[in-house]
Write a protein that binds this ligand. Structure first.
Ligand SMILES: [Fe+2]
Length: 332
């Protein structure tokens, strides 16, 4: 009976969590917990696990105290428990080195695998099993679909990763993410000065327009993080965040504004403990068409794609907007 059923093979469910190295864990905790309003689910020695108020799973953010502000892992949840093993076998068949991470390597999470994305060298992890703990009673919401009451600036969930790789690896890394992970390209831009190289691609497996964006790093670096985005419910939440953050000792990037690409509102700020860039993100369209065709932005329209309205992102050499943070290698 089972052999006659269609098996789609291993699939990614969504971008699940990010593990950020921070040289100042207490300052990062202040930022994510006290300001953005995330719940600290567990804090062990030098590692804190956090989630947004609408996330029922154990965590979407891990803050790890370490000397360097690197990204230790970009983690994706897979569709079925067996997909972790199936992806593992496919990676081995493709001669990609894989580290097995036993259950509990990250608190609350089952067995995972880690590998470096071919070409771009980002440390990706795939897992399925993750606990869904109740929040302490004092934080718990009356809404059964929220893990905790809304607090702070209202970061409700992880939204997407925006990563960068060198121009010479860009096309191959993006193609690998499509082919291996099943990410579908939704929108893209080719480099105006090099029209056969992608400048940026926004891809998803969910009906968000992107779970991952990958862009060219013009400083020729691989394995870079441009930003990790957390979702706020409304545009006015982004405006409130901008208003409050202006008065705080936080490096203010750019925004608030609205992207043409994805049609969502953005505000870029930096975690004061680590300097990793964080986007507060709200709105955007969803993809429902199974035959969605990737949309290319023509060169004259690129400025509208980046900034539909609001403050434009400065990516001139040496500018704040161009800065990225590196990733850890396969073994941290
Ligand atoms: Fe983003």
């Amino acid at each position: 009976m089972a052999d006659t059923q269609y098996d789609p093979g291993p699939r990614i469910a969504h971008a699940g969590s990010i593990n950020l190295g921070t040289p100042d864990l207490q300052r990062s905790l202040w930022f994510f917990r006290d300001l953005l309003g995330m719940e600290v689910v567990v804090e062990t020695e030098g590692v804190a696990y956090l989630r947004g108020y609408q996330e029922l799973v154990h965590h979407s953010l891990v803050l790890t105290q370490q000397a360097d502000a690197r990204v230790n892992a970009y983690s994706f949840r897979v569709q079925r428990p067996e997909d972790v093993e199936l992806f593992h076998a496919k990676l081995v068949a493709d001669e990609v080195e894989v580290l097995e991470l036993p259950s509990g390597t990250e608190a609350g999470r089952g067995t995972a695998i880690r590998f470096l994305v071919p070409w771009s060298e980002h440390p990706f992890e795939f897992y399925y099993d993750i606990d869904k703990p109740l929040a302490p009673e004092a934080l718990r919401s009356r809404l059964p679909t929220s893990s905790s009451r809304r607090r702070g600036l209202g970061a409700r969930r992880l939204d997407h990763f925006n990563v960068q790789t060198s121009p010479g690896t860009m096309n191959q890394a993006e193609q690998w993410m499509q082919d291996f992970m099943g990410l579908k390209r939704r929108e893209f831009i080719m480099m105006p000065d090099h029209p056969t190289t992608l400048m940026a691609s926004w891809m998803s497996v969910t009906n968000q327009m992107h779970d991952v964006a990958i862009g060219v790093n013009r400083d020729e670096k691989n394995a870079q993080l441009h930003h990790v985005a957390f979702n706020l419910e409304n545009y006015h939440d982004v405006l409130t965040a901008a208003d409050q953050i202006r008065d705080l000792d936080i490096s203010y990037g750019v925004g608030p504004g609205k992207h043409g690409v994805g049609q969502a509102m953005y505000l870029y700020i930096h975690d004061p403990g680590s300097d990793h860039r964080v986007e507060l993100y709200s709105g955007g369209y969803h993809v429902f068409d199974p035959d969605w065709e990737p949309v290319e932005w023509a060169v004259p329209d690129i400025p509208h794609g980046m900034t539909w309205y609001g403050e434009a992102i400065d990516i001139a050499p040496g500018s704040r907007g161009r800065q990225t943070t590196p990733s850890a290698g396969l073994r941290g």
